[in-house]
Design a protein around this ligand. Sequence first.
Ligand code: GTP
Length: 428
Amino acid sequence: MTDTIFAVSSGQPPAAIAVIRVSGPAAFAAAERLGGRLPEARRASLRTLKDASGAVLDSALLLCFPGPATATGEDLVELHCHGGRAVVAAVERALAERPGVRRAEPGEFTRRALLNGRIDLAEAEGLADLLEAQTERQRRAAIGAVEGRVSQAVRGWMDRLAMLSAMVEAMLDFAEEDDVPLDPAAVSRIKSDMHELAIVMLEVVERPPVDRLHDGIRVVLAGPPNSGKSTLLNLLVEREAAIVSPIAGTTRDRIEASVLRGGVAYVLTDTAGLAEDTDDVIEAIGVTRAQEAILQADILLWMADTPPPRGDAIWLHSRADLPGRGGLPEGRRLAVRRDEVASVASVWDAIADTATALLPREDAIGFKRHQQEQCRRAANALIAAPTDDILLMAEELRVARQALAEVLGVSATETMLDALFGRFCLGK
Ligand SMILES: Nc1nc2c(ncn2[C@@H]2O[C@H](COP(=O)(O)OP(=O)(O)OP(=O)(O)O)[C@@H](O)[C@H]2O)c(=O)[nH]1
């Protein structure tokens, strides 16, 4: 039998009110034991909570939600207690004393919602993002997923794939039973539908992933030793995140600083100076790590006098106030000097400008990287299917559907059954 779980679902005490949720087969019995007669479903009622010995614990609002139409899909109880630490601890203790009732693991309510089909994986992931959202943009992107925008899009594609599969199966059956050759026009129609769907999915793959909104845009500062990387990092994040010194090779490893700006999260990384031919083992490791960071950067601030290793880098002319470094050399985007606030502000402007294209558009459905990866797998399967082999076409359709099912966290075989029996009548 499934355990009944409980947890404080509001913030941690102390607070004005603490909401304790109880979910599972023993939820109502536990609530009745604590608060006496159960109120009508979904109606709040004031109850005096007592422990097993009859001692009064608290006066609380009690709500009962009968499953399966609940957040978890199970019987669910909410206790709105006074939010003091001792009150919450006493109520939790009384709950834990009930047979089959235990404290929930982190995320266990949502996990049950997923297992009981109340939400799918994409919605559950959206929910996790929503709980972590710090900025308005993060919140908006996450709420879209929670409301099922990703799931609806993916379900729509899966429906179309199921139709195509059913048509292919029907053609196969027909050809087998009546021993007639396949109709090449019908086969090519299916193949072109598969192609069309693949293109729609590949467009989604090309979109900036929503992960960037949540993880932050990775801005990497790189260049030779002493080019002013640490100084610029500190100026950009407005604190002493990295050590600045005139000694070349001061920064030996990556230093990361997170900052929110204009509602966008950034992670700025200072890297070890790209020293040529170093004998120092540690410095050499630092250089390797810097090179990795350069490749992984969403935005590269390149601070060397030699051309950047990536065409999309923002090439800066650093320490522009030093004698002999005046003027903006060919190819540089900006001159930076630590004594000029405006030059640092214009670096931020350049970063924000580049970031716009890297962030998901507000009006588009935001997909996560791993969801895009499944869409890419699905699209590739549809494109790979040969036109002259209908058995292979059926197989690639199955692969594509399975890839999309991963986004929703549902088993592809069940989807297959739905597809064949629920949606499409073969008529024979
Ligand atoms: N005049 C002037 N000096 C600067 C400027 N920016 C940095 N410096 C100086 O240049 C030296 C190197 O600066 P850092 O910021 O440590 O340079 P870095 O590229 O991080 O150096 P490594 O850690 O060796 O890779 C320090 O002495 C700084 O004070 C600037 O805009 N103008």
